[in-house]
Unconditional design. Structure first.
Length: 189
């Protein structure tokens, strides 16, 4: 029998007072707590400093892609996928079709930075997907669609309406994350 030993971290970096209380590992008396900016906030500041022009010239709705069925963190954390890829993209595209018809504007995909749509194909019925330009896409969008992406912070910083969506097909673990974020934002998913 092997005994697992839990070691307290040497340091914990955190951004924001609330996050400070959500440690994954219990700190010891010697653990150094280090305040830092969030990665997303730094990106926001750079976007504002650079004052970039719009990437998409027409009006659009932006979806904050999380590469849900194929997210690499599932492999790293030894988790099962959060949903079935076929039903996920089918339901998502059906929803986008409804939004595009109702609002008479296109949905643009802010592709997850580690997505591989060039390899697996455009799963969004040939909608435009753009990687590594999420701040700009959110900044100039009409509104934002998301599940639980940390990029929701851009929508908050730019005072955008956020439409949080989930599916009965999602794992309970993933539904709980989406529900928690929705609750923190005061949004009904």
């Amino acid at each position: 029998n092997s005994v697992k030993t839990v070691v307290s971290p040497y340091f914990i970096m955190y951004a924001g007072r609330k996050v400070k209380s959500y440690y994954r590992f219990d700190p010891s008396f010697d653990t150094k707590l280090i305040k830092c900016n969030s990665f997303d906030y730094d990106n926001y500041l750079m976007e504002e400093k650079d004052d970039n022009e719009r990437i998409i010239k027409d009006d659009y709705i932006v979806f904050l892609d999380e590469y849900v069925p194929h997210h690499p963190d599932n492999l790293i954390n030894n988790n099962s996928p959060n949903c079935n890829p076929k039903t996920y993209y089918k339901y998502l595209n059906n929803y986008f079709n409804l939004l595009e018809t109702h609002f008479k504007t296109k949905v643009i995909i802010a592709a997850h930075p580690r997505s591989e749509y060039e390899k697996i194909g455009n799963m969004f019925n040939d909608r435009i997907f753009i990687r590594d330009k999420t701040v700009n896409l959110v900044k100039f969008s009409n509104f934002v669609i998301a599940h639980s992406s940390t990029s929701i912070s851009y929508a908050i910083l730019y005072d955008k309406y956020v439409n949080i969506i989930f599916s009965g097909d999602f794992s309970m673990r993933y539904k709980n994350v989406i529900t928690l974020i929705s609750k923190e934002l005061g949004i009904e998913p």
